[in-house]
Design a protein around this ligand. Sequence first.
Ligand code: KIV
Length: 280
Amino acid sequence: MRITLADLQKMKAAGERIAMITAYDFPSARIADRAGVPLLLVGDSLGMVVLGHDTTLPVTLDDMIRHAGAVVRGSETALVVCDLPFLTYASEADAVTSVRRIMQETGAQAVKLEGGAPILPIVRRLTELGVPVMGHLGFTPQSQNQLGVKVQARDVVGARQLLKDAKALEAAGAFAVVLELVPAALARAVSARLTIPTIGIGAGVGCDGQVQVWHDLLGLFEGKTPRHARRFAEIGKAIEAAVTGYVAEVRAGSFPTDAHSAKMDPADLAEALDAEAVLN
Ligand code: KIV
């Protein structure tokens, strides 16, 4: 049985913090699911950490569908949320078409949309149609060309707008909202004023849950780790060491050994080679 929206609501009410993580493929989903992660996000961060783009903007609906399908197949318990990629929900009609494809072709249970006031009618429409919607406020990567990659809502006007947008998303039917790169005190205040869970990333410990990108958490991403991320392991280095060892053993002829190789009756081989001699 998968986690439900009601379960998440209960976790918020009980003050039980929610750990969400991104997943992009079958094996990562399986590991996260077994580790007890209740919420898996097939984020459009896929564009950067898996597909090698600089931003999330080139990610297509087909990309999301391919990866979300794998994450759903790899998980049994977690609720799977799939990001709607850039400009695939610019109108209500576009949003409905995109969500229909995501939910029917992948089996994901929910979708995430970025933005506040401008997307409220879309969130309302989708939730009326029975689609669980997660909001995303603060730094919204699909608008990074307007916003810049930086902490949002630091001043009075920005903070008021964020609070207003969060409440409006809740009223429109969102079941949770991601707060990304928002001052911790503001995120805590927003979390206290909402009945739905807030999931923070770079928004402090006062949120109802946290989300981290798989590659950041596991040390699979080259370059500078964002301030809000912590490497809980150095899997990238472990993989590099393993592959280096493999290359060295292939070069040295020490891999594969007899134990890794199929056997044949030597008499059969001799006979076959005799036949070859006859043929040649
Ligand atoms: O795409 C993503 O991974 C996200 C998280 C950073 C919240 O939206």
